[in-house]
Write a protein that binds this ligand. Structure first.
Ligand code: SF4
Ligand code: FE
Length: 490
């Protein structure tokens, strides 16, 4: 059985005994914690949709490793069609959850570690690839959620890992024995980390020859001794602790960002996939980043669909849906959202086979995709707030709406279109608030900016990959500065 039910997934996570802190307190049962649970629900949707015959084609795939049907989140892309289906799967999940559903980071890490370890072994005669294949078979057979961890705490940004006053600013190897390695450091901003069965760590950046201790990739179960987790708080998160169901905006789902401190964590050799190969750290980082920059052309588009739907609904509830400027703003939101989708599809369709056999996206186009993602969701959110009106930030709380004396008065003055209840309007406004400035804005906006690398990281890649000499030659031929031998007819 390679597909888990959502309940089996949640039962697995519930068994985890981890060292987790939130709001200065240790948390024992995090799965049922009201701030965490919406994020568990989002991850559970990746399991739920894979069991739905309607979505089987995009949510599942045949494993090239085991020959079994697996959840696409554990799959190695075998074609450009697989890369396109990945984007469609992410758009679907963004639509269904209205937030970050977290499981993509592992999928992107699997594909990058798979093809990079193949190339490390070919050059260095190491055995990382076959170790990784064994790990991934275990992941596929048990339908595990795995968090790919890349971003270190990074200390002084002007210094590389080996130059930092504190070597722990980047995760690194502090000891080796015949049984394995011991690692120390911290991975920050880890999406969906404590909703995962396993953690797959990768180096953060390019490394110099002498920085071998930092060139490390490995996987460990979430409940490995020595890891301390600290839950990242999000704007408006404590609304999830309040009674009622309206002020949270999104009734069921949420994202999750966690800090993980590795206090001398032991990793057995069979789980080590890179140890000292500084010459491959750039490849691993660039490929993981490219896959994850592609991902945003799917997930953010799905969340954008939900926000466009909420904007259309509130325009209707307010009685302005037929105004031409409102229609035009919603068309603009759709144009921006579909432009992002086009980028996600384009870098997938232009993908190529790697030496290991799995497929890699077109790296230039994946960076173009993510560069647009750093901007368009902000404009889509701005237009949503424009259409929704200032009431988005002045509306009384749910408790006021249900108060015996003032509740009926508030509802009287909260009516927009006469056939729409005050509560419907209230709920839709809270959803827009959640998506554009509440907990979901972490995933829809800030993560669009900084996730998978901040905007400048994409611009560096674009400048590296764009062939400007070729373009200059085109212009010089057209202008007659260079001879154009192609025009050889009379
Ligand atoms: Fe997946 Fe998007 Fe969340 Fe990244 S930000 S884990 S791509 S849903
Ligand atoms: Fe992300």
């Amino acid at each position: 059985m390679t597909l888990k039910t959502p309940q089996q997934y949640i039962d697995d996570i519930r068994k985890m005994k981890i060292d987790l802190y939130m709001f200065g307190e240790k948390v024992e049962n995090y799965v049922d914690h009201p701030i965490v649970r919406p994020s568990v629900n989002s991850m559970a949707m990746t399991y739920k949709l894979a069991m739905d015959p309607e979505h089987e084609d995009i949510m599942t795939a045949m494993s090239n490793l085991t020959g079994q049907k697996v959840n696409r989140f554990t799959h190695l892309h075998q074609s450009t069609d697989d890369l396109v289906k990945k984007i469609k799967m992410q758009r679907l999940l963004g639509q269904k959850t209205g937030c970050c559903f977290q499981r993509c980071v592992g999928m992107d890490a699997f594909n990058a570690v798979y093809n990079t370890t193949f190339e490390i072994d070919a050059k260095h005669g190491t055995k990382y690839h076959e170790r990784f294949v064994e790990f991934l078979k275990y992941v596929q057979d048990n339908d595990l959620a795995v968090d790919g961890c890349m971003t270190d705490s990074r200390g002084d940004r002007s210094k590389s890992p080996g130059e930092q006053p504190d070597p722990d600013a980047y995760v690194h190897v502090v000891d080796r024995s015949k049984d394995g390695i011991t690692v120390r450091g911290c991975k920050m901003h880890q999406t969906g980390l404590i909703n995962s069965h396993e953690i797959l760590v990768m180096p953060n950046n390019s490394l110099k020859d002498y920085e071998k201790e930092w060139a490390v990739s490995f996987a460990v179960p979430l409940d490995t001794p020595g890891i301390v987790f600290i839950y990242g708080r999000q704007s408006c998160d404590t609304r999830k602790l309040e009674k009622g169901s309206i002020d949270v905006g999104n009734q069921y789902f949420g994202g999750q960002e966690v800090m993980a401190i590795f206090n001398d964590v032991f990793v057995p050799w069979e789980r080590v996939f890179m140890d000292g190969e500084t010459d491959f750290s750039t490849m691993l980082v660039e490929r993981f980043a490219a896959y994850h920059r592609q991902s945003y052309g799917g997930c953010k588009v799905g969340v954008g669909d939900a926000l466009i739907g909420a904007t259309q609904a509130i325009a209707d509830y307010n009685g302005v849906a037929r105004a031409s400027h409102i229609k035009d703003k919603i068309v603009e939101m759709c144009h921006l959202n579909e432009s992002l989708y086009s980028c996600g599809i384009a870098c997938s369709a232009e993908g190529r086979k790697t030496a290991s056999g799995n497929y890699l996206v077109d790296i230039l186009l994946a960076n173009i995709c993510k560069q647009n993602v750093t901007r368009f969701p902000y404009e889509i959110a701005r237009l949503a707030q424009d259409v929704a009106g200032g009431i988005l930030v002045t509306m009384p709380s749910e408790k006021d709406f249900t108060h015996a004396q003032i509740g009926p008065m508030i509802k009287k003055y909260f009516i927009g279109k006469s056939d729409i209840s005050a509560e419907k309007r209230q709920r839709m406004l809270r959803l827009i608030e959640n998506l554009t400035m509440g907990t979901a804005a972490v995933g829809y906006l800030t993560e669009s900016m900084h996730g998978a690398g901040s905007p400048q990281a994409q611009r560096i890649m674009i400048s590296r990959l764009i062939n400007l000499t070729h373009r200059k030659n085109l212009a010089e031929k057209l202008s007659g500065i260079q001879e154009n031998k192609e025009v050889d007819w009379q």
